[in-house]
Design a protein around this ligand. Sequence first.
Ligand SMILES: *[C@@H]1O[C@H](CO)[C@@H](O)[C@H](O)[C@H]1NC(C)=O
Length: 221
Amino acid sequence: MHMSLTLPGSAGMYLLLLMSNLLLWEHVASRPSTSVSTEDLYHRVVEQSHNTYIMAADIYSEFDLNFAKRSWLTDRMPTVCHTASIHTPENREEVHETKTEDLLVSIANITRAWIRPLKYLASEVAALPGASATMLKTANDLKERNADLLVGLKTILGRIKPGFAVNGSPTWSGLKDLKSSDEDTRLFAFYNNLRCLKRDMNKVDSFLKVLRCRVVFNNEC
Ligand SMILES: *[C@@H]1O[C@H](CO)[C@@H](O)[C@H](O)[C@H]1NC(C)=O
């Protein structure tokens, strides 16, 4: 952990902040009776999901601008997102009819399903010729933030359903295409993953905002 102290300038500072944030979560997660209120937990997960969504939208746009090919529109079918089987409400009404804990479980399920792909997206962006430093940083941040978000969600869920574990997320089998030696296949795999990520993070963020409104503000927002 002291390694971060040797990093130069803002990168080191950022890492330190990130770690203190993670330590905070761990502290909270290991001591459910701690003084952090559920309201504060909701504020934190919403802040995380908001930032995660913004980053997912950013990296998607950057990829779309610099790497996407026109030919995909006619020659290729977009793949089904690996999280498609996770049941989520389809519209506002359905969101409002869904129980808080059920919605939290779905959100945590989606978040967990992205742990592995985000790890590989970050390492493959590092190996992608022409990827900017910003893109690489965003990919790494996304990986950390999503993991952090999952810890926060588990903490809230642990209060509602003690002993609950988020198991059985859908598996992701996109690694082969992401590492393909065929450039078009590889780029198209990136594109689809980033498109799905943006879509899922948008969902997660909007659902969490509805839940915060419900739990913290008594639906008055
Ligand atoms: C997550 O979603 C998958 C796919 O729909 C499902 O099989 C699994 O049971 C879900 N996990 C949880 C914790 O709800």
